[in-house]
Design a protein around this ligand. Sequence first.
Ligand SMILES: Cc1cc2nc3c(=O)[nH]c(=O)nc-3n(C[C@H](O)[C@H](O)[C@H](O)COP(=O)(O)OP(=O)(O)OC[C@H]3O[C@@H](n4cnc5c(N)ncnc54)[C@H](O)[C@@H]3O)c2cc1C
Length: 269
Amino acid sequence: MPTVYGEVVSTEVLTPQLVRVRLGGPGLEGFAAPAGTDAYVNAQFLPDGAAYAVPFDDEAVRDLPRDERPYPRRYTVRHWDDEQRVLTLDFVVHGDVGRAGRWAQRAQVGDRLQLRGPAGSWSPAPEADSHLLVGDESALPAVAASLAAVPAGRPVTAVLEVEDAGGEVPLDSPGDLTVRWVHRAGADGPVEDLLVAAVAAIDPLPGSVSAFVHGEAVATRAVRRLLLERGLVDRDLLSCSPYWRRGMDDEQWRSVKAAWTREVAADVP
Ligand SMILES: Cc1cc2nc3c(=O)[nH]c(=O)nc-3n(C[C@H](O)[C@H](O)[C@H](O)COP(=O)(O)OP(=O)(O)OC[C@H]3O[C@@H](n4cnc5c(N)ncnc54)[C@H](O)[C@@H]3O)c2cc1C
C-alpha cells in the first residue's frame, strides 16, 4: 500500500453523527483508484504535541514510544474522483472521544492527513439475484458506494442503524431499493440487538443473495448468525466485517480482533 497524504479541501456536516472530509493536493499523486466498493484507507492520526508533521517518514516513526507514534484508523473510500484527484471520506463523530472522530469534527481546510491504501476489493456480486446491505453509520460510506454498484433493477434491501431520523442520509441505487432505517434513540432493549431484530423482520430476498454486513462487532455477529442459520443469504456471497467494538478504542479492538474473528467463524460452522 503506497503512503500518500491529502490536504482538506472541504468539510461538510452530513448528519449530527457524520462528517464528510474531502482531501486533495499534490500529496495524493500516488493514490490509485480503489478496486471495490468497500475499499478503505489506513489513515494516521498524530498524537497531541507530536514532534513531527505530515508528511512524515513511516519508517522513522515506527520505533517511537506508543504515545508518540501515529494512531492508525481505517476509513472507507466514499468516493475517489480520478480526474480532480479528490478523496472523499465520511467520518462518524461520536462525542468528544476518538482520535479520528475528533480530528474530523475539527478539520479545517489545509489540514493534512497521511494515509496508506487503498485496500479491499469487495463489491456487490453482479451474478446475485438480489442484494442485502446491513450496518451502522460506520458502514454507511461502503453501503452508499455499494448501492451504486448494484445492477439495474435487481432487488436490494438496506437495513441501517442510526441515532434517529436526523441520522438518515439520502440513498440511491440503480437497483430496486428498499431502505429500512433503525433508530437507536428510544429503542427498547440492548442496542446490539437492534439490527438483528430489524433484519429478522424483513421479507426474505429472492434467489441467490449477496450480502454485506459491516459495523459494530457484536451487532454484525448477531446478524451473520441469523442470516446463515436461516439460510437467508449465500455463504459464498456474504461479506461480514466487525469495523469497531463498543466500549473499546481501535487499539484495544485490534488486540482481540483475531480471536473474535475465529469465534465468529465457529458460530455457524
Ligand atoms: C475496513 C474499515 C472501514 C471503516 N470505514 C469507516 C468509515 O468509512 N467511517 C467511519 O466512521 N468508520 C469507519 N470504520 C470504523 C472506524 O475505523 C472505527 O470506528 C474507529 O474505531 C474510529 O476511530 P476513533 O479514533 O474515532 O475512535 P476510537 O479511538 O477507536 O474509539 C474511541 C471510543 O469511541 C467508540 N467508537 C468507535 N467507533 C465508533 C462508532 N462508529 N460509533 C460510536 N462509537 C464509536 C469506541 O468504542 C471507543 O469507546 C471502518 C473500519 C474498518 C475496519
